[in-house]
Write a protein that binds this ligand. Structure first.
Ligand code: AFD
Ligand code: MN
Ligand code: MN
Length: 432
């Protein structure tokens, strides 16, 4: 029988011993600083502990660009190995207890078996993701010119059916949401009739919507461009919002941070969707030029903080039915995906905790008094606070690693996996 290497709890505890001294000292000091500002560090640590973000099943494989893919060693070769890696991430950071599955990339032979494999490792399933942006080997009709919005009703029906299949698999897995992102669009002026294609999208989505169980939501993910380079059917949050209102209560908008034009005020889009009751969730990542190929918080941490500021503001307000789903969606081209996903989850937790430090009474006062400088200062005070000890303590109390990166490297997990998982020829990980 083959044994599979796992990082065990004792090893984590042992590694934590090394960092315990600084953590205690820094935690105590931060606690004093926060007390001066009327905040209780224990409340914040509890908030950090409650924060969860789902990991994408396709994110644990090395990504690539249209130019090349440079696979790492010990890559997962199928969904079970991917779940093992997701479990490892969660073991160390304790903030990623759910996995978002991409079908058919990670389609299970038997959903019930996969579910029990996952739950043995402390994992559950978040939103399902369909894929009608590429053709599969056994597929009858091609998506070359579109899927849910294709002019041919038979292609649309095939794409609808695939989405319904995803929901069916998700039901067994215990998922409660389905995300639809389509690449449909055109590369030439005049190629598509804008209004007709959107009408067809709605028609197809109505069919998918009908297949949703009562307690499910469907997320529509907009994206400005790519793979279509002239026009994209669901190109922005306005279109997504319009469709969500047409479809009904269970239809919500999903914001992928990499899917907007440069300089777009994403935090404001978030506020708009909250106000409209249509914010479904997020695909977190970061972006400098184009799509979502950078790690969350790696380039624009202040933007990430400002987004969480809107989220925490809505939470604090008691906005009704406010329950956005948090997921990571990034392609890791040059790093070990486990390291990237761990550190991205930590970045989100950091922004989340920092957003709780905003003195909302002072901010409101500054806004009411037309005092922009004080308003900015109030936000910056929260953003510049180093909350690392809070997140580290949250992890440690939940059995995770004080220093996830160092602990992961010390475990030699990847090296063990390289021996266990000889590279499969032709493995293609997701290019998000
Ligand atoms: C796309 C979208 C969408 C999709 C993913 C596939 O972000 O979430 O599922 O990439 O890799 O860009
Ligand atoms: Mn996405
Ligand atoms: Mn994307």
């Amino acid at each position: 029988m083959t044994t599979h290497f796992e990082i065990n709890d004792n090893f984590i505890a042992e590694q934590n011993q090394k960092a315990k001294a600084w953590l205690e000292e820094d935690y105590e000091h931060l606690g004093k600083q926060l007390r001066r500002r009327g905040l209780n560090i224990e409340d914040l640590t509890a908030k950090a502990q409650a924060f969860q973000v789902a990991v994408p099943s396709w994110g644990v494989g090395t990504g690539g660009t249209r130019f090349a893919r440079f696979p790492g060693i010990g890559e997962p070769r199928g969904i079970y190995e991917k779940l093992a890696d997701c479990a490892t991430i969660n073991k160390l950071v304790r903030a990623t207890g759910a996995v978002s599955l991409h079908i058919p990339w990670d389609k299970p032979d038997n959903a019930a078996t996969l579910k029990s494999y996952a739950s043995e490792r402390g994992l559950t399933f978040d939103a399902m993701n369909s894929n009608t942006f590429q053709d599969q080997a056994d597929q009858k009709l091609s998506y070359r010119f579109g899927s849910l919005t294709h002019p041919d009703a038979a292609v649309r029906a095939q794409a609808v059916e695939h989405n319904i299949e995803c929901i069916e698999i998700g039901k067994t897995l215990g998922s409660k949401a389905h995300t639809v992102w389509i690449g449909d669009g055109g590369n030439f002026a005049g190629q598509q009739h804008f209004r007709k294609t959107l009408e067809r999208y709605l028609e197809s989505m109505r069919e998918i919507y009908k297949a949703l169980p009562d307690d499910w939501r469907v997320f529509m993910e907009h994206k400005m461009y790519e793979p279509a380079f002239y026009s994209t059917v669901i190109n922005d949050w306005g279109t997504s919002y319009f469709c969500a209102t047409q479809l009904g209560e269970k239809a919500k908008c999903l914001v992928d941070l990499g899917h907007h034009a440069p300089n777009v005020n994403i935090e404001m889009i978030v506020a708009r969707l909250i106000q409209a009751g249509k914010l479904g969730g997020f695909h977190f990542n970061d972006s400098k030029y184009g799509d979502d190929d950078l790690d969350a918080g790696s380039i624009k941490p202040f933007q990430l903080f400002l987004i969480f500021n809107e989220l925490v503001d809505a939470q604090t307000d008691g906005t009704p039915d406010f329950n956005p789903a948090y997921m990571l969606d990034q392609s890791h081209n040059v790093t070990d995906p486990i390291e990237s996903l761990m550190m991205s989850a930590v970045e989100l937790q950091r922004a989340y905790v920092q957003a709780h430090l905003v003195d909302r009474a002072v901010l409101t006062e500054a806004q009411e008094n037309c005092d922009p400088m004080r308003a900015l200062q109030t936000l910056k005070q929260a953003f510049t606070m180093d909350v690392a000890p809070i997140i580290a303590a949250a992890r440690e109390r939940a059995g995770g690693a004080i220093d996830p990166l160092a602990t992961y490297r010390a475990s030699q997990y990847r090296q063990h996996k390289a021996a266990e998982r000889p590279a499969a020829i032709g493995i293609s990980a997701g290019i998000v």
